[in-house]
Design a protein. Structure first.
Length: 295
């Protein structure tokens, strides 16, 4: 392999890793948001991504919606699915001290298996890419990138920046931050903790739903994709620092590039193993993650 070909291939894989990291960042940030505010490890997070992609395909193929309209409807529905799950399955355990963490752990894990089996029964052979007409290529001079991949990278960036502004510039966003930092203090100044919990869980689910749609545009939707995204999501959250927004974003891109470079230099079958070994090394030398997380 010539030097020019090698560097071109390396650049291509790095950019692919960055795009993949952008897709992962939405699920990871949603997971971080829910953990930071509700203090629960939401094992249904990856399933919300799968549901988002599944609904987008349903709206497009069964109801004839265009991609953008189908995606918006799917994300909104996933938001309400998240709200319903929090109200029916999580909220009954509030106020139970240390038991809340254990009970919510098993409930979210049960929700993950429920949604996966539901889609398996509805569409047992489903494994398809969300149809899209954006098949062109953008020439950057030294490199070419598919239009769809570029858009799939830009959308998470815009969403994450908007989420940052929402948390810093709006009363509702600051209320979420207040509950995450000091639940008792936030309650004393009149913030409705229960509503913030519900909104946060729904927002985290919606972020994951959008991630699933973008994932489906490039890689496809299949019933077990939720568990795959859960692995990446929890790895990113631990890597970046539990409950740390910026840490989750940075870790997403790092994990995306590690994933892509492993496929280039070793073999794609070893991607998860390399990521897991990297996580172990990070946690040995820096247990709080690359940025300090919530204890």
């Amino acid at each position: 392999m010539g030097t020019e070909v090698f560097w071109g291939l390396l650049l291509k894989n790095l950019l692919n890793g960055i795009v993949f990291g952008g897709l992962l960042s939405l699920t990871a940030v949603g997971l971080t948001l829910i953990f930071g505010v509700l203090n629960i490890p939401n094992f249904a997070q990856g399933e919300f991504a799968m549901i988002g992609g599944f609904l987008a395909i349903f709206f497009m193929k069964s109801l004839g919606f265009p991609l953008v309209q189908a995606s918006v409807c799917a994300v909104v529905l996933v938001f309400f699915v998240g709200v319903l799950c929090e109200r029916l399955c999580i909220s009954p355990f509030y106020g139970r001290g240390w038991q809340f963490f254990v009970l919510s752990f098993f409930v979210s894990l049960g929700l993950a298996f429920f949604f996966e089996d539901l889609v398996k029964n509805l569409r047992p052979t489903m494994c398809e890419v969300i149809p899209c007409t954006l098949t062109g290529v953008i020439d950057l001079g030294f490199f070419q990138i598919g239009t769809l991949r570029l858009i799939a990278f830009m959308i998470p960036i815009v969403i994450l920046f908007s989420l940052y502004l929402f948390s810093k510039k709006t009363l509702l966003g600051m209320a979420i931050i207040a509950v995450a930092q000091d639940t008792a203090g936030a309650t004393l100044i009149g913030i409705n903790r229960s509503r913030i919990y519900t909104l946060t869980f729904g927002l985290g689910a919606a972020l994951s739903g959008l991630s699933g749609i973008l994932y489906g545009l490039i890689f496809g939707i299949y019933p077990t994709m939720g568990m795959d995204l859960n692995f990446y999501g929890f790895t990113i959250v631990a890597f970046g620092g539990m409950g740390n927004f910026l840490g989750a974003v940075l870790a997403s891109f790092l994990i995306g590039m590690i994933d892509s470079l492993t496929a280039m230099f070793i073999e794609s079958n070893y991607k998860l193993m390399v990521i897991f070994v990297t996580l172990i090394l990070i946690l040995i030398f820096k247990p709080s993650g690359i940025l300090k997380g919530k204890s």
